[in-house]
Write a protein of this length. Structure first.
Length: 293
């Protein structure tokens, strides 16, 4: 039985990529469901799937984050992973779908949960904005802020993996993109522009474009409703599987879950670092001996 992947709103559920991609579970908002019902529902998920990984943007309302932690605490369960992502909402939706794909593979729940941080580095998430005047999640210069108030100005902003911002205009180059084949998903807000399809597709090795509804959280994340959000990502499950498989696995010293990276996805315990030796080894002819990370 695949590990259950849950999200905090229905607009974070993208269509499956194939018949093997499991559906996501949508957790109701706190204002629509009593705490007791939320606890009971999550217990049923644990009984059915064994483990639950909840994926949500770091920008969710405080009440939503508190509800997630309260339910996990009341269940006293180490089988619930809360995966908070700093990606924009559409990027989080892409990440959740990739974890759904991986959950149907031969990976343990701990590896799937900790794969989120790895996969986020391969999601190029951004937006075309009609203004950057209220954008506070991506570094913006004072000059860009001033231009953000000018009528008709449009900006291409990349939130990750490396933040970038350009003003769209004649001769402007798009943000530096991925060096691998991608697919692109678009979510249109109140801004009318075809810039992502016209400029990103030919330069970002995009082999396919899909459209999705704009997540409700996106205008708040980007500081404006005048936007078109986009995310380029690795679509091939075989490549995702190879990427995750190539990373060294550890066992959490606290809850014994399997993991990749430096922190457990279920209990958040860090991987212990090796104690420093009292005496450094002698340097060779070509300098200090290198250490494999």
């Amino acid at each position: 039985m695949p590990t259950a992947i849950a999200v905090t709103s229905a607009d974070l559920v993208l269509p499956p990529t194939d018949q093997q991609t499991p559906d996501a579970v949508v957790l109701p908002a706190p204002e629509t469901q009593p705490l007791a019902s939320a606890v009971a529902d999550l217990q049923l998920l644990l009984d059915r799937y064994g483990h639950v990984i909840v994926v949500f943007p770091s920008s969710v309302p405080t009440a939503t984050a508190r509800r997630l932690h309260a339910v996990r605490s009341l269940l006293e369960s180490d089988r619930i992973a809360l995966v908070k992502s700093d990606l924009p909402p559409l990027g989080v939706a892409v990440l959740a779908r990739q974890l759904r794909q991986l959950s149907a593979c031969d990976f343990s729940p701990g590896v799937v949960a900790t794969a989120a941080r790895l996969l986020a580095h391969y999601i190029y998430a951004g937006a075309v904005l009609g203004s950057v005047a209220k954008l506070d999640r991506v570094p913006v210069t004072l000059k860009s802020h001033v231009k953000g108030w000018m009528p008709g100005a449009q900006f291409a902003v990349l939130a990750g993996p490396v933040p970038q911002l350009i003003r769209i205009g004649p001769g402007a180059e798009p943000p530096a993109g991925p060096e691998f084949v991608t697919q692109l998903v678009l979510a249109r807000g109140q801004l009318q522009t075809d810039w992502p399809a016209g400029s990103l597709v030919p330069r970002w090795q995009v082999q396919g474009v899909q459209e999705a509804p704009l997540p409700a959280e996106s205008p708040r994340w980007w500081g404006t409703g005048r936007l078109v959000e986009f995310a380029a990502y690795l679509p091939d499950i075989a490549i995702l599987h190879q990427l995750v498989s190539s990373v060294r696995r550890e066992t959490c010293h606290w809850c014994r879950m399997e993991l990749i990276g430096d922190r457990c996805g279920f209990c958040s315990a860090p991987v212990p670092t090796a104690p420093a030796t009292a005496t450094a080894p002698p340097a060779g002819r070509h300098g200090p001996a290198s250490r494999v990370p």
